[in-house]
Write a protein that binds this ligand. Structure first.
Ligand code: 5GP
Length: 186
């Protein structure tokens, strides 16, 4: 899809191009490969937003890793967090004694990730780290949240594309863009 297509008309601007994403994801894959040398990490994809990031990232990690998937809901169709996090789909396998890497799309207030970390920490993993594609530090409400791996710091704007949605749409945009406020204000 090129950026003259219909979905791009709803963006104010492109924030991160597909080339910039690919370069950063490759770099992060190399970092994780080096950090986990000799280990078999379990990579956990937080559906649906992290799906694109996850599938690209795992192909840049040169380790005998395994995958699992979890679906949670914290947003509904609004652009502001509700503060309520629900597990819609849990992991297939237990993570006892495993080196776990949780792969998230974006950390905004931090409420979702801090909740997730809490419940996964209770499940007996050997180690637990978090990799996020995007971070919006200006909006953080959970102050003591530590994010181990992060690709891009972004300003306080509502972004879509590369897995991120608004009302389930725009996930298939190859780039990440700022959604025009008229889309969610109308
Ligand atoms: P938090 O709990 O950190 O406030 O929110 C995390 C979740 O909110 C993310 O996993 C994502 O689903 C959603 N979210 C936060 N900011 C954005 C944004 O700018 N765009 C989109 N599409 N989702 C967001």
């Amino acid at each position: 899809m090129d950026n003259t297509s219909e979905l791009y008309r709803d963006l104010d601007r492109i924030l991160i191009t597909r080339e910039e994403i690919a370069a950063k994801v490759r770099e992060l894959g190399q970092t994780i490969t080096a950090d986990y040398r000799g280990k078999n990490p379990v990579m956990i994809c937080i559906l649906k937003g992290a799906a694109m990031f996850f599938t690209d990232l795992i192909r840049e990690i040169d380790l005998p890793l395994t995958l699992d998937f979890m679906a949670i809901s914290s947003y509904g169709s609004a652009t502001k967090t509700s503060g309520v996090v629900r597990i819609l789909k849990d992991l297939d396998k237990d993570i006892v004694d495993k080196d776990v890497i949780v792969v998230e799309d974006i950390v905004d207030t931090g409420i979702t990730l801090s909740y997730l970390k809490k419940i996964l920490e209770q499940r007996g993993a050997k180690s637990l780290k978090v990799a996020t594609l995007l971070d919006k530090p200006a909006r953080r409400k959970v102050k003591d949240l530590y994010v181990d791996y992060m690709c891009f710091n972004i300003p306080d704007a509502f972004v879509v594309g590369y897995g991120l949605d608004y009302d389930q749409v725009y996930r298939n945009l190859p780039d990440i863009g700022v959604l025009s406020p008229k889309i969610y204000e109308s």
